[in-house]
Write a protein that binds this ligand. Structure first.
Ligand code: ARG
Length: 456
């Protein structure tokens, strides 16, 4: 295909160069954003008398036809085209000749692509937010049903203190809340139109940048023309938001994988959301959670690729920037896929409350409470801590647990111990008396659920 710039060149482009340069295989997905951007631009050119009203109308009408033809599969993107911008413009000129050639007045692909990526990613951000909210909903449902499900809480992956499954789940709820906030923040900073920056220096035409921005539902314009074409901050921000969100999902996944192992057996995944093994008949594998965990790596990779691509890049536009798209689109697609599958996986989880409680009953998970008992009776915490530790050691030596020691044994360690200690170290009591804000106590959990529902 003859190039747009054939006038300046004596030779045709080498076909391998064309392939190497071409981005249509990955920027083709922006066709709608590109066309809507062009319609706004052409409308403005007509309003300002830079092109005639008739030409402007014909361009807009034809662009809409091209848009619906692509949507309906009547018009295929040409893989030979250099990029989606060139493709749409060439198609427009095919259809309406000379008039089509007026569209690119007072515009460059540099501000065009900067505009397109923002229009495109704004839609993506809204979708990611809505999918994250769906997952949050699933978490809240599961929490609602497990307000009284006791499990061991861990530090260092050692049983630490008893918690409820609800309180555990809500930790992930709050992570997602922050993810949503971050996405909203990035959306706000992304929501400025760079169109009118032109190649890098603005233009001599009397354009109306605010008009275009408003028509495309931006909050305003990117003020500096060099910044307008060379800034990809919001792309990096989005890749970073996605990386953090994926990091959360990977931690959750890791625990789902652990929790459905035979060693834990805290939960069971639904058959529809598990896979079997081709050789070991007994297996039921948590592939979804593993894949989410694994895919987190590629999102981190995309973030680093973007940062490195932009590092020390001189102003203004450089072709390096074309590399932003594969990276960010891959992150966007990956996180959407993960969120879509995660929610129903959680919705269908079976919780083994028995096993969770049994695990919490072992491991001297109430040793802190035993110390607190002495503190409430007047002892200093450090001294109480020491006595509780000695009693744990005694239990380990005698292969028993704190609940089963006789009062006589307790008395040998401190005469502050009395019959009421057994109530105090009872697992349910230990769990539910933690009523401080954010704790596992039922009221505290209910307040958290209410708080997170506001996000929805
Ligand atoms: N496909 C290019 C990109 O994604 C469009 C901008 C090209 N501009 C240029 N001056 N070659 O960055």
């Amino acid at each position: 295909m003859a190039k747009m710039w054939a006038g300046r060149f004596q030779k045709e482009e080498n076909s391998e160069v064309n392939d190497f340069n071409s981005s249509i295989s990955f920027d083709g997905r922006m066709y709608e954003s590109d066309i809507l951007g062009s319609i706004a631009h052409a409308t403005m050119l007509g309003q300002k008398g830079i092109i005639s009203k008739d030409d402007s109308n014909l361009i807009c009408k034809t662009l809409l036809e091209i848009l619906s033809d692509i949507k309906e599969g009547k018009l295929m993107l040409d893989p030979e085209a250099e990029d989606i911008h060139m493709f749409v413009e060439a198609e427009l000129t095919n259809r309406i000749g000379e008039v089509g050639k007026r569209l690119h007045t007072s515009r460059s692909r540099n501000d065009q692509v900067a505009l397109d990526i923002r229009i495109e990613l704004k839609k993506d951000i809204l979708e990611i937010i809505s999918l994250t909210k769906n997952l949050l909903k699933s978490i809240l449902n599961l929490a609602e049903n497990n307000k009284e499900t006791i499990m061991p809480g861990y530090t260092h992956l050692q049983r630490a203190q008893p918690i409820t499954y609800a309180n555990y789940l809500l930790a992930y709820g709050y992570m997602l809340k922050r993810d949503i906030e971050r996405l909203n923040d990035t959306y706000k900073r992304m929501n400025y139109s760079p169109l009118g920056s032109c190649a890098l220096a603005g233009t001599t035409y009397d354009i109306d940048r605010e008009f275009v921005a408003k028509k495309l539902e931006f909050d305003g314009i990117v003020m500096n023309s060099l910044d307008g074409v060379s800034d990809r901050d919001s792309v990096v921000e989005l890749a970073s938001n996605i990386s953090i969100l994926m990091m959360h999902l990977s931690r959750f996944s890791e625990e789902i994988i652990l929790h459905c192992s035979w060693e834990f057996k805290f939960i069971e995944l639904d058959d529809a959301y598990s896979t079997g093994s081709s050789i070991m008949p007994q297996k039921k594998n948590p592939d979804i959670a593993e894949l989410v965990r694994g895919k987190t790596g590629r999102c981190y990779g995309n973030l680093i690729a973007l940062l490195t691509m932009l590092k020390a890049l001189p102003l203004a536009y450089n072709k390096d920037m074309q590399e932003d798209k594969e990276a960010i689109f891959d992150s966007v697609d990956t996180v959407k896929d993960c969120l879509k599958i995660f929610a129903p996986m959680l919705d269908t989880i079976k919780v083994n409350k028995e096993n969770m409680r049994n695990a919490a009953a072992k491991g001297f998970i109430n040793a802190t409470d035993l110390a607190d008992y002495l503190v409430k009776k007047g002892m200093a915490f450090r001294s109480a801590y020491k006595i509780s530790g000695s009693l744990v050691a005694y239990c380990i030596e005698n292969n028993t647990v704190l609940e089963n020691l006789s009062l006589d044994v307790y008395k040998k360690y401190s005469d502050l111990f009395d019959k009421d200690l057994y109530d105090y170290i009872n697992l349910e009591v230990c769990t539910f008396k933690r009523t401080s804000q954010g704790a596992s106590g039922i009221k505290s959990v209910e307040l958290q659920i209410e708080d997170l529902k506001k996000v929805l």
